[in-house]
Design a protein around this ligand. Structure first.
Ligand code: ZN
Length: 155
């Protein structure tokens, strides 16, 4: 394992154990549940959006370290961004997980780049982002990524 891979692994373990954005945003404007039954990952994402800016994001849930770390890193990355910036970040994150060069700065989200080699776990990493897109679409009911693996992708 390279030094960067080791650092990234430590970020994932640390974030899954001691998440910074675990909880629920109150008051909130958006809420969405996301499920990845094949791994047992569950998330409930809450957001406060004012105009076109995401003021706050947090999640509750349970599941594997990748899903929980990804949700925590995403919630942190979304805060303060415009919806357009958030969608660009999502697209860049998806590109990274396909092994393609991302078109936007990913910052700490790069810690998940090793997941690109673990095909069975990609849905664990993308679950929070799919859940975010569902929240912005104002869906009713949970998103199940086993049923809708490519739900609500940014164009
Ligand atoms: Zn998982």
């Amino acid at each position: 394992m390279s030094l960067m891979e080791q650092i990234y692994k430590e970020v994932i373990v640390e974030r899954s154990r001691r998440p910074k954005r675990r909880g629920a945003v109150d008051p909130r404007t958006h809420e969405q549940e996301g499920l990845n039954p094949s791994c047992g990952d569950e998330l409930n994402l809450t957001l406060r959006v004012a105009g076109d800016r995401i003021e706050a994001a947090a999640f509750e849930g349970q599941g594997c370290a990748i899903s929980q770390a990804s949700a925590d890193l995403m919630a942190e990355a979304l805060e303060g961004r415009t919806l357009e910036e958030a969608r660009a970040l999502h697209a860049a994150f998806r590109a990274m997980l396909r092994g393609e060069p991302p078109a936007a700065e990913l910052g700490d989200l790069q810690a998940l780049q090793g997941v690109a080699k673990l095909h069975a776990r990609v849905k664990c990493a993308t679950l929070p982002w799919t859940t975010f897109e569902g929240a912005m679409q104002g869906r009713s009911g949970p998103i199940d990524v086993d049923v809708e693996p490519e739900a609500e992708l940014p164009s």
